[in-house]
Design a protein around this ligand. Sequence first.
Ligand SMILES: *Cc1c(COP(=O)(O)O)cnc(C)c1O
Length: 436
Amino acid sequence: MGKKRTLRPESLMMSYGYKPELSEGAIKSPVFLTSTFVFKNAEEGKSFFELAYGLREKNQGEELGLIYSRINNPDLEILEDRLSLWDEAEDCAVFESGMSAITTAMLEFLAPGDLLLHSAPLYGGTDHFIHHFLKKIGVHSVSFKAGQSCDEIREIVEKSGHSDRLAMVYVETPANPTNAIIDISCCRKVADYFATEEKHVHVAVDNTYMGPLWQHPLKHGADIVLYSATKYIGGHSDLIAGACCGSEEVIKRVKTLRTFLGNMASPHTGWMLLRSLETLKVRMEQQCKNAQKIAAFLHQHPKVEKVYYLGLIEPDTAEYEIYQRQYESPGAMLSFDIKGGEKEAFAFLNALRLIKLAVSLGSTESLAEHPATMTHAGVDPAHRAEFGVTEKLIRISAGVEHYEDLIWDIEQAFNATPEISASNSITEKESELLKN
Ligand SMILES: *Cc1c(COP(=O)(O)O)cnc(C)c1O
């Protein structure tokens, strides 16, 4: 026999972690619609519970036996094993939504009085949880944005007055909807700077926008990777789910809290995600190809002011250096400023025929939306302007359709927008904000 071959994740998505002999030889895992599992004898039940409640250490090669579907279920366990492969994580935990993965990880690693440092802008739900719920229970937070140096970020923590209690650095990169990127290794350095013998500072990355294929945060120093599995991982706009991946130690804590919050994914959702994972790579690669074609088309279009896409970052810039080090692809999410304002943006969105007008992303069908009045409507208008979320910004998630059909659709939608002169492209609201 030759050297043991390491198979790539896409080669393992159909079989890894599933034993057909345990399910009458069925090639696919059944949906284990069961709440509880029968023990062979009382001794076995006792032994399973000892492990589940951490009353004893695992024996060599021992795995937790099946007890009750809030604790474990075969569909979820197979899914967690397969998800771990993409990020080369030791383990993953799956949840009933991306928000439940994010909030459970935050609740596990933050305590009242702690400081949370986060990148801005963040996904609206996450932002709300930090600034309302976590604030209410006494967790402080400060933010930084893309483009700030490691030293500047460290200074933000120092000036917060709570630097001795920094417990988590939470990052979303690239930022939604502007694709601004953040250096994860720099966040690791900041976290380590404030860590002590007794206190590890966790770095968590919401990798929904690029994962699990195109960015691997654990390799750049993150401890925790979070996903809305509703997006690329599910990929068909037919379910809501989330995931959290990391070391065994981290995931053991996250799974324990999940057991008590009871926010695990259902067996049916787990099964749907197993099916989705088989085509994850082919879907994402096609979506990226389409996004590149769309970005190139938009880039030269006279009705477009600016395109925000990782594939269009100028070489020889600090951003480009991070892009090359941290990303394996420019991705399938892009946004652009249409010349004009809300009126032109809405005319464009209303005229689309193939691309659907909807929020969410990463699915087989292409989607378009208006961040300022939809996904980011809840964000303070001054912050929106600061991060470039203006009335002329449109976000597109590229699907798997034929790119020529997508470009045809975009072209015909531009033709339906009112003509405006280039000099008149600032809206009234924006000019008001500029004055303030
Ligand atoms: C959608 C999304 C979430 C929330 O996930 P749900 O599955 O909707 O709960 C979190 N972060 C990002 C970046 C997202 O796009």
